[in-house]
Design a protein around this ligand. Structure first.
Ligand code: X2X
Length: 340
C-alpha cells in the first residue's frame, strides 16, 4: 500500500493534466490580431507571416485573423492597448507610441534625440530597461513576446527643406495624439496637430496639413512622397513595435501551444526588424530610392544641426524623463552612451 500511493497520485495528476490541456475544439474559431498600419508595411507582412506560421505549426488549432488599418479600434490608435487588456484583441503588433497612453514608461523611445543608432536601441531592448518595460506591460495584463520595429521617425513636409528649428516655424505637422510629441513640436516652433493615422491619410490628400513624421519604411506604401517633397533625416524619435498577446488569451492556450506561439513570434519579429532596417543602414539606398524614383529632396543634418534641435527640445526631455522614471531613463542613457 505504501508503495502504491505515489503511483496513484502520478496517475491522477497525469489524467488531470491531460484533461486540463486545451484541445483544438476548446479554442475559439478565430483569434484576432490588431495592426494599426496596412498590409503593405513591414509590420503588416510580419503579421501575415505570424498568422500563417501559427496556424500551420498548431495544425489549425490557432486560427488568427489580422485586422489591419486599425479596424479593431476604429482608427483610435491610443485605444489599442486596452483591447489587448480586455481580450477583445488576442494579439497585436503595436507601436510603443500608441501604447504609451497606458504604459507611460514606453515614452522612453519618444524622448527627443535619445537614440543615436540601431546598436544603442538594440542594447537597451536586450538589457535591463528592455526587460523592465516588458515586465511593466505584463503587469497590465498583456504578455509581450518580442520586439520589432517601425523605425526612426523622420520629418516630411510640403513647404520647404527643414534644416534648423527656425524652418519649422508655424508648420502644421500631424503627430500621433500623445503629449510628448505635441510638446516636442511646440518647443521647436511648429504647430502640431494630433490626428489618428486614418484621419492623417485623408488630411494629406486634402492638403490640410503641411508635414508629418514617420519612418522611411512607411513613406512608400503610404505614398507620402506624392504630397511631401522634403524629408529631414533627423532620427528625432524611434518607434519600436511589440508583438504581444492578451493575458486572457495566453492562459487559455495549452503549454505546448504557448511554446509554439512564442517561438514563432520571436522568429517572425527578428526578421521583421531586419526588414524594417533594409536599405537604411550604411549606404541609405532607401533614401536614394525616395530621391531618384519618387522625387523627394533629402536633408541630412550635420551633428551641429542636430544639436540645435536637441537644445530646443531639452526641457521636454527633462520633463518626460521624470514622468517615465529617472531610474529607467538613467539606466537607458548609460547603455546608449556605451553602445554609440
Ligand atoms: O500613426 C502613425 O504615425 C504610426 C503608424 O507610425 C503609428 O502607429 C505610431
Amino acid at each position: 500500500m505504501v508503495v502504491k500511493r505515489p503511483l496513484v497520485t502520478v496517475t491522477v495528476a497525469l489524467v488531470l493534466g491531460l484533461l486540463a490541456a486545451p484541445v483544438a475544439a476548446d479554442y475559439k474559431p478565430e483569434f484576432k490580431t490588431s495592426i494599426v498600419v496596412s498590409e503593405q508595411t513591414p509590420w503588416g507582412q510580419a503579421a501575415n507571416r505570424f498568422a500563417t506560421a501559427v496556424r500551420y505549426r498548431t495544425q489549425g488549432r490557432i486560427n488568427i485573423k489580422n485586422y489591419f488599418d486599425g479596424q479593431l479600434f476604429a482608427d483610435k490608435q491610443t485605444a489599442e492597448f486596452p483591447l489587448l487588456q480586455q481580450g477583445v484583441a488576442d494579439f497585436a503588433l503595436g507601436s510603443t507610441i500608441n501604447w504609451s497612453a497606458q504604459v507611460k514608461e514606453l515614452n522612453l523611445f519618444a524622448l527627443p534625440f535619445m537614440f543615436p543608432s540601431y546598436q544603442a536601441l538594440d542594447a537597451v531592448q536586450a538589457s535591463e530597461p528592455g526587460r523592465r518595460l516588458f515586465k511593466l506591460i505584463e503587469q497590465k495584463g498583456v504578455v509581450p513576446i518580442a520586439w520589432g520595429e517601425n523605425g526612426f521617425r523622420e520629418l516630411t513636409n510640403s513647404k520647404r527643406p527643414v534644416r534648423r528649428p527656425e524652418d519649422l516655424q508655424g508648420l502644421k505637422v500631424r503627430v500621433v495624439g500623445i503629449p510628448i510629441f505635441v510638446e516636442t513640436f511646440r518647443a521647436l516652433g511648429a504647430n502640431p496637430v494630433t490626428m489618428n493615422l486614418g484621419e492623417m491619410l485623408a488630411a494629406l490628400q486634402q492638403g490640410t496639413i503641411d508635414g508629418q513624421e514617420n519612418p522611411i519604411a512607411l513613406i512608400v506604401p503610404y505614398r507620402f512622397w506624392s504630397v511631401h517633397k522634403y524629408i529631414t533625416l533627423w532620427h528625432y524619435a524611434v518607434d519600436p513595435v511589440i508583438l504581444a498577446v492578451s493575458a486572457k488569451t495566453w492562459v487559455s492556450l495549452s503549454a505546448e501551444d504557448r511554446t509554439i506561439v512564442r517561438k514563432i513570434g520571436e522568429e517572425v519579429m527578428a526578421v521583421q526588424k531586419k526588414e524594417a532596417r533594409e536599405g537604411l543602414e550604411g549606404a541609405m539606398t532607401a533614401l536614394d530610392i525616395l530621391q531618384r524614383i519618387y522625387g523627394m529632396e533629402g536633408v541630412h543634418l550635420s551633428p551641429g544641426d542636430v544639436k540645435a534641435f536637441r537644445d530646443k527640445t531639452r526641457p521636454v526631455y527633462t520633463k518626460w524623463a521624470e514622468e517615465i522614471g529617472a531610474d529607467l531613463v538613467r539606466s537607458a542613457e548609460t547603455i546608449v552612451e556605451s553602445a554609440k
